[in-house]
Design a protein around this ligand. Structure first.
Ligand SMILES: O=C(O)CCC(=O)C(=O)O
Ligand SMILES: [Fe+2]
Length: 259
């Protein structure tokens, strides 16, 4: 059976029709506080981030499948920068490692990303000091189920950067993991920031589009996603990030598996 066409794609182009005819991808506020900026990172920045991810993955921050509370294994492989202890909800396979601190230029990139999304004068941008980076690697078959990012004690925005193959990114609502949601395509270099009223929206990655990474990026295949976060927890080694007072009125934690 044919793969269903993604709603954002429209009808498939006849073979041989060049990208020239693709609609330009516009910056969009997908929901209040959730902003998609296509192509925010230029090709050189993308290449450099890929090189750095590879260095972390082959050294201090190996990418591993996390194990779900029920014993299942996530299809995504991930690593965390900036915290020694696993700040997220799943245990990882393999021995623990000492996570490298978040490099200063990545923290600054995170702040610029929030300024890009909300405007340079926005308070969320001025006070943005990400102390953790979660690196996710998706092979062609990997996916991530609908979930909320609630393991941070801070309600500061989440900054997401995509590299490599494009994916379908499903961005939903704050109440349920099901509809209404929007499916959008995140491509290499895209920025997605979600904060404010969308900070606790359910989201997930139902599918990767193999073979869509830009030529010259330096990835053989797959998708890397970096999420920069303010955990609002005590600083890990090397961190100087101020604590962010989290609102106390958050909904109960959602512990359902992400995958
Ligand atoms: O890969 C993505 O775009 C999303 C990753 C994500 O939602 C997460 O790690 O919590
Ligand atoms: Fe997430």
């Amino acid at each position: 059976m044919d793969e269903p066409t993604h709603p954002a794609e429209g009808p498939p182009l006849p073979a041989g029709v060049p990208e020239l005819f693709e609609l330009p991808r516009e910056r969009e506020e997908v929901a209040p506080g959730a902003v998609h900026v296509p192509g925010w990172l230029d090709p050189e920045q993308q290449r450099e981030l890929v090189v750095r991810c590879r260095a972390w993955a082959s050294g201090p921050a190996p990418l591993r499948h996390a194990v779900l509370p029920g014993g299942g294994r996530m299809s995504v492989r991930s690593a965390t920068l900036g915290r020694d202890r696993e700040p997220y909800r799943y245990r990882r396979t393999g021995p623990g490692t000492r996570a490298p601190a978040v490099p200063q230029d990545l923290r600054e990139l995170g702040r610029r990303a929030v300024a890009e999304a909300y405007g340079p004068g926005a308070p969320a941008a001025q006070g943005y000091h990400p102390d953790t980076v979660l690196v996710n690697f998706y092979d062609a078959a990997a996916r991530m189920g609908m979930h909320q990012d609630r393991d941070e004690a801070s309600a500061a925005p989440i900054v997401s950067l995509s590299l490599g193959d494009a994916c379908v990114f499903r961005f939903g609502n704050t109440l349920t993991r099901s509809a209404p949601y929007r499916d959008l395509e995140l491509r290499s270099g895209d920025l997605f920031v979600f904060g404010g009223p969308s900070r606790y929206a359910f989201h997930g990655v139902p599918r990767i589009r193999p073979g869509t990474a830009p030529a010259g990026l330096g990835m053989r295949g797959g998708r890397l996603n970096l999420t920069l976060r303010m955990t609002g927890r005590a600083p890990a080694h090397g961190d100087r990030a101020p604590r962010d007072r989290a609102p106390r009125d958050r909904a109960p934690r959602d512990r359902a598996p992400r995958d």
